[in-house]
Write a protein that binds this ligand. Structure first.
Ligand code: MN3
Length: 202
């Protein structure tokens, strides 16, 4: 079974004005689709055909650059779409709020650390909130389409939240102002999903 592009869990215009409709259409319909297509090409007729996306991603560094880039791209974008919502919460779910306060001291301190990881990622990549194998929350970042599940990741863990800082994620609306895109990002995070991932990872 070849991989397929998953439908977005909301409409293309659902994240306006924070992420514009055209960016969402191109990002999902063109960029994410290309990762899916190129991943399928990279594994067709090989021993890796039939493996789950997570299996491929976890072993990506020892499989091939094509699987690392496109398997990572498929996994990261699927995860990213599910991390976003237009649904507003009055306050953070207790579980993740407690974890963040415990490790970072306050939500604002976490925000600053996360934004800093996203701002200082040179070129293309992602910033992440992960939970490590010993149950600790950590902020990290990865280049290109790598992620913290990969064998090649410097800081490994289970991703709870991630932000795409490739220019294609924000250039149409924000041009070179990555900081403005990141400021908008806080308005559309699906904290219920993050909280659920945290509960499942612990
Ligand atoms: Mn992207």
């Amino acid at each position: 079974m070849a991989f397929i592009l998953p439908a977005l869990p909301y409409a293309y215009d659902a994240l306006e004005p924070f992420i514009d409709t055209t960016t969402m259409q191109i990002h999902h319909g063109k960029h994410h689709q290309a990762y899916v297509d190129n991943l399928n090409k990279a594994i067709a007729g090989t021993a890796n055909e039939g493996k789950s996306l997570e299996e491929l991603v976890k072993a990506a560094g020892s499989i091939s650059p094509a699987v690392r880039n496109n398997g990572g791209g498929h996994w990261n974008h699927t995860f990213f779409w599910e991390s976003l919502t237009n649904k507003k919460l009055d306050k953070l779910p207790g579980h993740i709020a407690g974890g963040i306060n415990l490790i970072f001291g306050s939500f604002d301190a976490f925000k600053e650390k996360f934004a800093n990881a996203a701002m200082t990622r040179f070129g293309s990549g992602w910033a992440w909130l992960i939970v490590t194998s010993d149950g600790k929350l950590e902020v990290t970042s990865t280049p290109n389409q790598d992620n913290p599940l990969m064998d090649v990741a410097e800081h490994k863990g289970t991703p709870l939240l991630g932000v795409d800082v490739w220019e294609h994620a924000y250039y149409l609306k924000y041009q070179n102002k990555r900081a403005d895109y990141l400021a908008a990002f806080w308005n559309i995070i699906n904290w219920e999903k993050v909280d659920q991932r945290y509960a499942e990872a612990k």
